[in-house]
Design a protein around this ligand. Structure first.
Ligand SMILES: Nc1nc2c(c(=O)[nH]1)N[C@H]1C(S)=C(S)[C@@H](COP(=O)(O)O)O[C@H]1N2
Ligand SMILES: [Mo]
Length: 522
């Protein structure tokens, strides 16, 4: 039989498609299996993406945050999609002479998926079965499509072109069409099925039930912002609240399934479920949170009214033993952060195990069902989301960000930002109003000053102070003669410390420098 057949390499487009579809089938199958086994993080696409985030060198992460802002995860997913598509197509092309290169590529991809899964702290070891199975699916699909893509026709020496004539070729094309269509449809269905299974099932219901138990949000404090002139609103709506985390897929943890363990250097270990937590006295606290990755003038600062149980109460209930220096928190996705014990025990410090945010249960992206919030410390040492474990420790265990070069102690630095005019805006010459925000959590803002070019510093008018843990809006009238100008601002906190002009970057413990905008008056 074989003697009378000759096998011709398929058109290049078909070869590319074969590789692409094998990748799609493998990832689709993995996504579906991850959903079926209830371990969404083992979906090969997500596991590799998460490992990429964890392994990315610090400058790459900084670049991603700076270039894509809060869309950095979408950018990563799209980038991975493009890379995988190119690899799949290349594997298909390389396999025109025989299926081995493509199969090797599938195997390499599977190895990457397996390693990524094994490396995730939040996944059980058995989850490695998910990328392994999807590798098998990818390999089988590739082999089938590869053989279907070989047009079989009469031997070449008959002089006939099998691509143009012969019923064998026609049948082959139909077979190819049907199998590629089936694989494409199957992959898409599996991906959507996985998406549905790993999705927000039951999460919104759980959030609604929590929201129903919360007091209504306080009315926004009057006189605390200059929204009409261009500052943010004093309270940041949940949808507008900045978001920074390492979670490619937002953990879906229902309040009903949540448990918190408090252990380590304590007299009595605590293990609480959500109802246990809500039985303790709550407080409502308005706090301005800030990310250490916020550049001078940057957007990673927002304010919300949080509802939660003071961490101090829980720590005292557990009984802090001598030698405990840090409260080491772990999130359900394996992220870790540590806060000094003395800060959390300080009666003057606002620090909550929060479950409410602006009158609602925490949104999933902001840590539902329970997160920490601590006034005055950057988020990466004080605000662990999806919190499930608190261990009182001595100082020797490193956290996620400490392993990546960030400081152990990270009080928020006094800062101010100009919100209007915007950089490079053109304004009418003459009087103009400059507005912005300033923050010095726990201390409070004493004054903000503004200057045009190298002119004298002039005091800004401050909006009402709501509490020293929140930002403070300010405004100032300036006079602009026609031409280009540079408007700068600086804040002084109640400790009498004025922001330094010295520009330092965000690593390792937060940026400093004066914010300035360049604009033109005509
Ligand atoms: N589980 C988890 N919690 C986390 C993080 C994270 O990556 N994972 N990032 C921290 C950082 S760096 C900051 S600034 C705050 C941001 O909280 P937000 O996204 O609700 O604004 O969350 C903190 N909590
Ligand atoms: Mo952060």
């Amino acid at each position: 039989m074989r003697d009378h057949e000759s096998v011709h390499p398929p058109p290049r487009g078909t070869s590319c498609l074969t590789g692409l579809l094998a990748v799609a089938a493998a990832l689709g199958a993995g996504h579906l299996l991850a959903g079926l086994t209830g371990s969404p993080g083992s979906s090969p696409f997500l596991a590799v993406g998460n490992s990429a985030i964890d392994l990315a060198p610090e400058p790459v992460k900084d670049f991603a945050i700076a270039a894509f802002g809060e869309a950095n995860k979408t950018a990563l997913l799209v980038g991975m999609g493009v890379v995988l598509a190119v690899l799949g197509a290349a594997g298909g092309l390389a396999s025109r002479g025989g299926p081995l290169p493509g199969l090797i590529l599938v195997g390499l991809g599977g190895t990457a998926g397996a390693l990524a899964t094994l490396g995730r702290p939040d996944l059980p070891t058995w989850a490695v079965a998910v990328p392994l199975s999807s590798t098998v699916v990818g390999g089988v699909v590739f082999a089938l499509l590869w053989s279907a893509s070989r047009p079989r026709g009469p031997r070449k020496d008959t002089g006939e072109d099998p691509a143009l004539t012969g019923t064998g070729a026609g049948l082959g094309r139909r077979r190819l069409l049907v199998s590629t269509g089936a694989v494409a449809l199957g992959s898409a269905t599996a991906t959507l099925g996985g998406q549905a299974l790993t999705g927000r099932g039951g999460l919104e219901e759980s959030r609604r039930a929590v929201t129903a138990r919360l007091p209504p949000p306080s009315p926004p404090p009057g006189g605390a912002d200059f929204v009409d002139q261009g500052t943010p609103t004093f309270i940041t709506a949940n949808d507008d609240f900045y978001r920074v985390d390492t979670a490619l897929r937002v953990p879906a943890l229902r309040a009903e399934d949540w448990r918190l363990r408090v252990h380590g250097l304590v007299e009595r270990e605590l293990s609480l479920n959500f109802d246990d937590l809500l039985r303790r006295p709550w407080r409502t606290e308005t706090i301005t949170m800030t990310c250490v990755s916020n550049e001078v003038g940057g957007p990673y600062v927002s304010t919300a009214e949080f509802v939660g149980v003071p961490l101090r109460d829980l720590l005292r209930e557990a009984g802090v033993r001598a030698g405990a220096e840090r409260v080491f928190g772990t999130s359900v996705d394996g992220y870790t952060a540590a806060t000094p014990v003395e800060t959390l025990l300080d009666p003057d410090r606002v620090a909550l195990l929060a479950f409410g945010m602006n009158g609602e249960a925490l949104p999933p992206e902001h840590g539902f069902p329970v997160r920490m919030v601590t006034a005055g410390l950057y988020g990466y040492v004080s605000a662990t989301k999806w919190l499930v474990d608190l261990e009182l420790t001595t100082g020797d265990r490193r956290t996620y960000w400490e392993e990546r070069g960030w400081a152990e102690r990270a009080p928020i630095k006094t800062q101010s930002r100009i919100d209007s005019p915007r950089g490079f805006e053109t304004l009418p010459a003459g009087r103009t109003t400059v507005v912005g925000v300033a923050w010095a959590q726990t201390t409070g803002i004493d004054s903000v000053e503004v200057r045009v070019d190298d002119g004298p510093w002039r005091p800004a008018t401050l909006a009402r102070e709501v509490n020293p843990d929140t930002w403070r809006m300010w405004r100032a009238e300036v006079h602009l003669v026609p031409g280009g100008h540079r408007i700068s601002c600086r804040a002084t906190d109640r400790d009498g410390h004025t922001q330094t002009e010295e520009r330092v970057g965000t690593v390792p413990d937060g940026a400093t420098g004066w914010h300035a905008v360049v604009c033109t008056a005509e």
